[in-house]
Design a protein around this ligand. Sequence first.
Ligand code: FAD
Length: 405
Amino acid sequence: MSVLIIGGGQAGLQVADSLRSEGYSLPITVVADEAQLPYQRPPLSKDYLKSGGVPEPMPLRGPAFFAEHDITLIQGFAAASVDRANRTVALDDGRILGYTYLVFATGASNRRLSCPGASLPGVHGLRTLDDARRLHESLIRATNVVVVGAGFIGMEFAAAARSHGCRTTVLSPSDRPMARTLSPDMARWFIPAHERLGVELHLGQSLSHVEPDARGKVGAVVSESGQRHQADLVVAGIGVTPNDQIAAESGLDVQNGILVDEQLRTSDPRILAVGDCANFPNPRGNCRSRIESVQNATDQGRHAARTILGLGSEYNALPWFWSTQGPYRLQIAGLVDPRNDTLVLGDPLASKFSVLGFRDNQLVAVESMNRPADHMAARALLGSGHRITRELARSRGFSLKSALR
Ligand code: FAD
C-alpha cells in the first residue's frame, strides 16, 4: 500500500504527518509544485508585509521532518493528470507514480482581474511566498495603493499598506467589507475601524478598468461610476477558485471544489480531498461547504489520514479562523451566516467586543474583536454542544466564560 498526496500545503502535509503519527509505516509521497519548502500562508498578508522588515514566513515543517518521517517530498513538480483505472499519477516531467490511496490537497488559486489593464505591471495578487516577495518590494516604493475587493486578504493588505504610509484605497461592489463571511454587525464595525487607520473605503463601487501611466505601468484604477483613483500599486483580492481541474479531468465529481463525502472520500473511494480544494457535507450548517482556513486544512488532513487507515468517522470539526488587520485581531468560532440573528457583548467603541450568532435560537458562531478569552470560551462551548439561547446570553452577568462552568 502507498499513499500519494498532491499538494504540499497545510492540508497535504498534515495528511502525511497524521498518517505517520497514527502508525502507518508504508510509503508516503507528497508532490509539491512550489519551489520552497512548504510554508505558512497567513503571515504573507500580515507580518511579512508590515513596515519594518520581517523574517520570511515559517516553514510548515522543518527540513529534517521529511527524512525523519520517511516521507518523500517531490518539490518543484506538478501532478499533471490522474489515471484512475491504473491508479497512477503523471507528473509534468513525465514521471509516473503509483498509488493505493490518492489525496488531493491542491488548495486554491487567486481569481484574476479580467478588465482592460488587468495585466499591467504593478497589478498584483497575493497567494504565494513569491507573490508576497514581489508585493513587499513594490510596497516599499509605492505611494498610492488601490485594493480591489474587500475580503480578508484585501483588508489585511490595506492595513499593511497603511503601515508603510501609502495612500490606500479599497474598492468593492459590496456595501461592507468581508460581507460574505462576517455578520453585518462585525463587517460594518470594520468600516470606521479601517478609516481610523487611514484607509479610504469606496464601497458599492465596481471596477471598470485599470489605466497605464506614461511608462506603461499601472497609473490609475477607474470605477464603473467613472471615479478615478491614482495608483502605482494595485492588489486584486477578489477571491479564489479551487484547484479541482485535474480531479475533474479524471472524472471525479466536482462543483466549487472536489466533492467529498462525510469521510472526505471523493466519488472514487480510493481518492480523498482535503483543505481549500474540498467541498464537504457540513453537518454544522446542514449544507455543503468549502472552507479556506488553516483550521479546516489541518483538521481535514488529520481526518483523511484516519479514513485511509479505516478509522474514519463523520467529519464534524468546529470551524475557527482569525484575521489580523492592523491593531484589530478578529477571531471566529463556528460557522458565521450573515443572516443569523445576532447579539453584541462588550464595547465596540473600545474595539473589544464579540458578536454572537444564533440560528433557531441556538448559539452557532462567535466573532470576537480583541477578546481572545471570548474566542477560547466560544470554541469550548460550540465544540461541546452547550445550548446557549439568546435569552440566556442576554441575561444579567452572562459571559461566554461563565457559561462554560
Ligand atoms: P494550500 O496551502 O494552497 O496548498 C496547496 C498546495 O498545492 C500549493 O502549494 C499548490 O501550489 C499545490 N498544488 C496545486 N496543484 C498542484 C499540482 N497539480 N501538483 C502539485 N502541487 C499542486 N487562514 C486562516 O485560518 N487564517 C488566516 O489568517 C489566513 N490568512 C491567509 C493569508 C493569505 C495571504 C492566504 C493566501 C491564505 C490565508 N489563509 C488564512 C488561508 C489558509 O492559508 C489556507 O486555507 C490554507 O493554506 C489551505 O491549505 P491547503 O493545503 O488546502 O492549500
